[in-house]
Design a binder for this molecule. Structure first.
Ligand SMILES: NC(=O)c1ccc[n+]([C@@H]2O[C@H](COP(=O)([O-])OP(=O)(O)OC[C@H]3O[C@@H](n4cnc5c(N)ncnc54)[C@H](OP(=O)(O)O)[C@@H]3O)[C@@H](O)[C@H]2O)c1
Length: 295
C-alpha cells in the first residue's frame, strides 16, 4: 500500500498537469508525493483523452449510507479530501437524483485549491426542487439531464433525453455531455448511477474508498442489473492500493488505456526514485484472487 502525501507543491504540479502545462513525472519528489502523482496524474492528464472516473466511499461491509439515507460521514477526512481533489481534476461531476435529494450536495471544491467542476444531475422525472444547493448560481455550469418537460431556473442548462426503458443508456449520457463540452467526468454517486456506467463499461477508473466502519444495512455501493453467476466472469480490475490516512483507497483500472495511463510520460518517475510504470499495480487478480484462494 502506498501512502499519499499531497503537499502544496505536488498539488500545484497536478493542477499544472490538468492545464496541460507540465508532466506528471519529472522532478524530485518524496515517496508520498510520488504516490500522489501516480494516483492523480492519469486523471489530470488531458493528453490521454477524457478521464471517466467513478468514486464511491463505502463502509467495510460495502454500504454507502444507512437505511435512513445518512451518508454524510461514511468517508473520513482523508476520503473527503480525496473526493474534493477528484472534483478539482475533472470538467464535470455527475450524480443521480437520489443523491441530490438525500444529501443536498454542493459538489464544489472546498478542501483543496482548484476549479469547481460543472455540476450535473441525472433526474429523468424532474424530482429535484429548483432550490437544491447544486443548482444555485455561483458562476459554475449546472446541467440537468431529464426526460420530462419541466422548466428549470434561469442559467440551469437542461438536456432532454427520451427515456425508453427505466434508465437512459449511460453511453447516451456521456455523448450529450461531450456535445455540451463536458469531457472528463467524475461519477460521484450514488450506487445506482455508478453501476449504470460500470455495466456499460464506460468507466476508465473506479475509486473505492473503504472507511473502517460497519453499517450493517443500507444501500449497497454497487449493484448491477445483470449479475454474473460465476466469479470467473466477474470484473477483476488491475488495482493499486493507497492509504488516505483515515480510509483505504482501491484505484481500479477498468480498461487497458487506464492501466497504461499509470506510466510516467518521460520514462522515469522522479530523480533518485525507481521508475514504476506498472509496478504499482497488483497482479491481475490481486486482492480478489487472494480472497478466493483463502476462502
Ligand atoms: N458514500 C458515498 O460515496 C455516496 C455517494 C453518493 C451517494 N451516497 C448515498 O447513496 C444514496 C443514493 O444512492 P442511490 O444509488 O440510491 O441513488 P443515485 O444513484 O444517487 O440516484 C439514482 C436515481 O437517479 C436517476 N438516474 C441515475 N442514473 C440514471 C440513468 N442512467 N437513467 C435514468 N435515470 C438515472 C434515477 O432517478 P429516478 O428514480 O427518478 O428514476 C435513479 O433512480 C443516498 O443515501 C446517498 O446519501 C453515498
Amino acid at each position: 500500500m502506498q501512502s499519499l502525501d499531497v503537499t502544496p507543491r505536488v498539488w500545484d504540479r497536478l493542477l499544472a498537469v490538468r492545464a496541460g502545462q507540465a508532466c506528471a513525472c519529472c522532478g524530485v519528489w518524496s515517496a508520498g508525493e510520488q504516490a500522489a502523482l501516480a494516483l492523480y496524474g492519469p486523471l489530470a492528464r488531458r493528453d490521454l483523452g477524457p478521464a471517466i472516473v467513478a468514486q464511491i466511499g463505502q463502509s467495510l461491509d460495502g454500504r454507502i449510507a444507512t437505511v435512513a439515507g445518512d451518508a454524510r460521514d461514511v468517508s473520513g477526512q482523508g476520503g473527503l479530501a480525496h473526493l474534493h481533489r477528484l472534483r478539482a481534476l475533472v470538467d464535470g461531476v455527475v450524480i443521480g437524483v437520489g443523491t441530490a435529494l438525500h444529501d443536498d450536495p454542493r459538489l464544489t471544491v472546498r478542501l483543496c485549491p482548484g476549479p469547481n467542476p460543472a455540476r450535473i444531475v441525472i433526474d429523468p422525472r424532474g424530482r429535484l426542487p429548483d432550490d437544491a444547493p447544486m443548482l444555485r448560481d455561483d458562476g459554475v455550469r449546472r446541467i440537468v439531464i431529464q426526460a420530462v418537460n419541466r422548466a428549470r431556473p434561469a442559467g440551469v442548462e437542461v438536456i432532454r433525453m427520451p427515456l425508453g426503458e427505466r434508465f437512459f443508456p449511460a453511453r447516451s449520457v456521456l455523448q450529450v455531455l461531450r456535445e455540451a463540452g463536458v469531457h472528463s467526468l467524475l461519477i460521484e454517486g450514488g450506487g445506482i448511477t455508478i453501476s449504470r456506467f460500470l455495466e456499460a463499461r464506460l468507466l476508465k477508473r473506479l475509486h473505492v474508498a473503504v472507511a473502517p466502519l460497519l453499517i450493517g444495512a443500507g444501500p449497497a455501493a454497487l449493484t448491477t442489473q445483470r449479475p454474473e453467476l460465476r466469479l470467473a466472469d466477474c470484473i477483476r480490475p488491475e488495482t493499486r492500493v493507497f492509504s488516505l490516512g483515515t480510509d483505504v483507497l482501491f484505484d481500479c483500472a477498468l480498461s487497458d488505456d487506464a492501466v497504461g495511463a499509470a506510466s510516467p510520460v518521460h520514462g522515469h518517475a522522479g530523480a533518485g526514485l525507481p521508475s514504476a510504470p506498472r509496478s504499482g499495480f497488483s497482479a491481475k487478480v490481486g486482492v480478489a484472487a487472494n480472497l478466493t484462494a483463502e476462502s
